[in-house]
Design a protein around this ligand. Structure first.
Ligand SMILES: [Zn+2]
Length: 449
């Protein structure tokens, strides 16, 4: 059963640290399944997760799952980042009449489409308006769940649209839900744990706790595991000359090369040669580009040597993980060779398990790219089971359900690595290491502001 965030529940109270919120509704699945780049993927993902029993409160003894119905994002919610003109173009059914655009298309309508990126890989599709409101709302529902202390981790596999800009659709993304999530988390102050006070200064214990409780702005780390660079998110928060208190750090691990989407000057290694370098640089907007064939071995090196070091310096209160699965072997992108098995160091399962189990702070897990839909379903089902602290065996047979035939030939949960050569040599990794030694210095300096 689904319930709204903030509604009263008949379920016995559960420690929020032992609760996981999973955002889904039939309406969300139906509308997400219309996304032209990932048709029917959403229905496959949630059907597999359901058929494996992951949403049954009894699935895990250690963590309790609470299924929450997403709310629709309002115009005001979306306008926190998107421009009025863009929202008018994508939300107003009368504007250029979305349905008319499928029939005839006036020159004006085509111009409007082009201006807002609504062409090529981001065509207007029936239901676009509802899609934007529901996917934006689903991610904001996940954010609200952890802000309201309902859970330690909130999952929204239909979110993670990291290429959408404030005034443009791009790269299969129409709503900038990752950015909206960061902005929502940034807004509310958080309580700092009460500091025990000396009894002699207090009239009572209760007064003591009140007197010691402090509020401060939270720190948010956005980690993007998608094969593609998180251009829109990284650029939204890029502020090399900012002197305000640092609240947001974005870190994207991805492939980049000439002609590979998206083209962005910020997708390469930080342009930072030495601590005294005069290059304009923001140590809160970070990239780790990897070469073709990146495998678990490379991810293990990157994760333990760079990602976790950044995390420990920045020490976020919230972590948003864009968990696009197009870096996994078997994706039609055919660029990386990442695998799923948590028992393989550096695999996607291993990395996500480290984040949800060992990293301080609350987390929001979002989806993203992934163009082999059965593999996306496998991956997000497996990551859900890891988050619930009851990891499924990857040899688990796919249960008999509507999507079953699509899981041939293995009919199991695993997404194993393929035969691709990993071009990330020791020499290349040491280039990353050298660059990041300087980044750590710059980041520490920035955090001291
Ligand atoms: Zn991608």
């Amino acid at each position: 059963m689904a319930e709204a965030v903030g509604s009263s529940s008949s379920v016995a109270p559960v420690d929020p640290m032992r609760r996981i919120v999973y955002v889904v509704s039939q309406e969300l699945v139906k509308i997400s399944s219309l996304l032209p780049s990932n048709k029917k993927r959403s229905i496959l993902v949630h059907s597999l997760i359901n058929s494996l029993g992951l949403l049954n409160p009894k699935f895990s003894e250690k963590k309790r799952v609470q299924v929450v119905t997403p709310r629709k994002a309002t115009y005001k919610d979306l306008a926190v980042y998107h421009t009025r003109d863009y929202l008018e173009a994508v939300l107003n059914p009368k504007n250029g009449s979305l349905s008319d655009k499928f029939k005839g298309l006036s020159v004006d309508a085509v111009e409007i489409d082009r201006e807002f990126g609504l062409e090529d890989d981001c065509p207007i599709f029936p239901g676009l308006s509802e899609y934007i409101q529901l996917v934006g709302g689903a991610t904001l529902t996940a954010v609200a769940a952890i802000q309201q202390n309902l859970a330690s981790v909130a999952i929204c596999w239909d979110g993670g649209r990291h290429h959408a800009r404030k005034d443009q659709a791009a790269g299969f993304c129409y709503v900038a839900d990752c950015i909206l999530a960061i902005l929502a988390l940034k807004k509310a102050m958080i309580s700092v744990d009460p500091v025990p006070l000396m009894a002699k200064t207090l009239s009572s214990d209760e007064d003591g706790i009140q007197a010691a409780t402090q509020k401060r702005k939270p720190r948010i780390m956005y980690l993007d595991l998608d094969l593609h660079f998180s251009d829109a998110v990284s650029e939204a928060f890029y502020a090399p000359r900012s002197t305000s208190a640092p609240q947001i750090l974005t870190l994207s691990i991805h492939h980049t090369s000439p002609g590979f989407y998206p083209s962005s000057s910020r997708s390469s290694l930080p342009p930072y040669d030495s601590p005294s370098s005069s290059t304009i640089f923001d140590p809160l907007t970070l990239s780790i580009p990897l070469l073709l064939g990146a495998s678990a071995k490379t991810y293990h090196w990157v994760f333990t040597n760079v990602v976790e070091r950044i995390r420990s310096i920045f020490d976020p209160d919230y972590v948003i993980v864009q968990s696009g699965v197009d870096a996994l072997a078997g994706d039609p992108c055919g660029t990386f060779n990442w695998c799923l098995d948590r028992e393989v160091e550096g695999s996607m399962g291993w990395c996500v398990e480290r984040i949800v189990r060992e990293w301080r702070g609350k987390k929001v897990l979002l989806g993203g790219g992934g163009y082999n839909s059965p593999n996306a379903a496998r991956a997000w089902a497996y990551l859900t089971s890891i988050t619930l602290d009851n990891p499924l065996d990857l040899e688990t047979s796919i249960p008999d359900h509507n999507g079953f035939p699509l899981y041939e030939p293995s009919f199991t949960l695993d997404v194993p690595a393929g035969n691709m050569t990993d071009h990330n040599s020791d020499e290349y990794l040491s280039t990353i290491e050298t660059c990041y030694e300087n980044v750590y210095i710059a980041l520490r300096e920035r955090l001291d502001v």
